[in-house]
Write a new protein. Sequence first.
Length: 178
Amino acid sequence: MTTILPGKSDSMDRKSYPDLEEILRDLERQSRRSNTVMEAKLTSSGKVDGGGGGDVECVKCECCGLTEECTAAYIAAVRESNQGRWICGLCTEAVKEEMERSCSEEALDRHMRFCKSFRSSMNSSNSPPLDLISAVKQILIRSLDSPRSPRSNSSESSTYHRSSSIVRSNGCHFSIDN
């Protein structure tokens, strides 16, 4: 069965499809209604009903300063598991790894100190996302500037040697050795 859409044929026009006209009017009404509903769900505090069981809020990580949009229930659960502090997903993973070496409170404190020292060492824009991007950029530039390790036994590739590497120091702290 072939469907011919309005405007695709010169011999047919929209009036040939009375059902299509009604469908388009219904879609326009639904669109207007959904926009009105979304506007009504937006409250003065900037929260939006996410439809999945709670308002969506923007929260700032107390470690790295990045923001995430999460439901109030999720925010409460994260705070409960982190001594009342909100930390983002990336920092949560770093703290989990650090917890293998120490208790949860100490791991969280160590990670928060690391993030604080990282932010204070960055002289760029005082914007956590830009600081993070800048740090990744520096790592990439260093890795691209250093010669590659040999992949084959050819004479050309064997002349290369590794001059720097990323080494794990304490917990989730990284350093670049030359």
